[in-house]
Design a protein around this ligand. Structure first.
Ligand code: HEC
Ligand code: HEC
Ligand code: HEC
Ligand code: HEC
Length: 199
């Protein structure tokens, strides 16, 4: 007889996996015996546990124009599969904001019904952006000018040469590919290329 906690866990796990399996690459419980389970066994692929739904890839993948956004910025991330808060409630998965989305005193929210994010710092809620209510299912690349204007307005210098003052982040009006980790990192970077902050 299995201990109560483990059997409850397995029942919930099977139910959740069944509902999630459109995104499963390999289902460790398909043959009834847990195989070698890692964080991408049930969601994600390869070494990457990001499920291929909504804007996961756009956020968590490497990017040439913005910082890579870790799971912890939007979810409570379990260390072990049976950690509290992971698979112990029915879908949808819980959203728990990390510090980035709340930078600059923003109060981010996700509406499960409409699938819209509101008041997210990253999308310019504090910068007067016009695209500050992104839809999670919208996987297109956000355009320059949608989170903040180019230049931002609101009393900001009117020069187009971003790199003259934000030299680590931009060259002219282009994001520096190698330094994309500084764009949407929660702070306005004013450093010049000889003194860029570490990754
Ligand atoms: C920018 C915010 C954001 C980031 C970063 C993010 N997620 Fe999500 N995640 C969401 C939203 C929004 C949903 C859809 C609503 C829901 O199911 O909670 C979601 C749903 C999920 C689901 C349920 C998928 C389904 O089909 O029901 C899993 C599993 C998940 N995320 C895991 C991860 C993992 C693992 C990472 C890191 C590799 C990650 N997420 C990074 C926002 C994010
Ligand atoms: C046995 C299958 C399975 C494995 C293995 C697994 N997950 Fe999940 N994970 C799920 C399911 C199912 C959900 C959706 C839960 C829900 O809807 O609330 C989920 C949701 C998540 C979420 C979204 C937040 C949440 O808890 O709802 C994150 C982040 C996540 N998993 C990370 C991980 C990490 C990190 C590992 C490795 C330690 C891992 N997962 C291993 C099945 C699994
Ligand atoms: C003449 C110098 C200068 C130039 C050129 C410049 N900025 Fe700025 N920028 C600033 C200063 C100063 C701040 C305020 C820094 C702070 O609040 O810590 C700022 C802040 C910002 C912010 C944060 C929002 C705000 O209004 O505080 C954004 C976004 C931004 N700049 C984008 C740009 C873009 C995009 C360009 C190029 C089109 C650009 N900047 C060109 C000096 C400049
Ligand atoms: C998804 C929203 C978003 C989009 C799209 C976006 N930005 Fe930004 N940008 C921000 C945020 C948020 C900041 C505030 C500073 C930070 O957190 O890095 C910022 C800041 C900046 C800055 C100031 C330097 C700094 O600290 O980052 C420059 C320059 C800039 N953006 C240029 C651009 C350019 C050029 C594009 C088009 C490739 C662009 N941005 C598209 C969200 C965005």
């Amino acid at each position: 007889m299995m201990p109560v906690r483990a059997s409850t866990f397995l029942i919930i796990a099977v139910a959740l996996i069944t509902s999630l399996c459109a995104t499963c690459d390999n289902d460790p419980l398909a043959d009834g015996l847990p195989g070698e389970i890692n964080c991408s066994s049930c969601h994600g692929s390869g070494d990457n546990p990001a499920p291929d739904v909504g804007a996961h890839k756009a956020h968590t993948g490497k990017s040439v124009w913005h910082a890579q956004i870790g799971c912890t910025e939007c979810h409570l991330v379990p260390k072990a599969v049976d950690d509290k808060g992971h698979m112990d409630t029915p879908a949808p998965a819980e959203i728990k904001w990390g510090s980035l989305a709340s930078s600059d005193s923003a109060s981010p929210e996700y509406d499960f019904k409409s699938g819209l994010c509101t008041n997210v710092y990253c999308h310019g809620s504090t910068l007067g952006g016009s695209g500050a209510e992104p839809a999670w299912e919208d996987t297109g690349t956000a355009q320059c000018g949608s989170c903040h204007m180019i230049p931002p307005g609101q009393g900001h210098p009117s020069s187009d040469n971003c790199g003259a003052c934000h030299g680590c982040v931009a060259e002219n009006a282009q994001i520096r590919k190698d330094n994309a980790y500084l764009h949407i990192n929660g702070e306005v970077n004013m450093q010049m290329p000889d003194s860029c902050p570490d990754r």
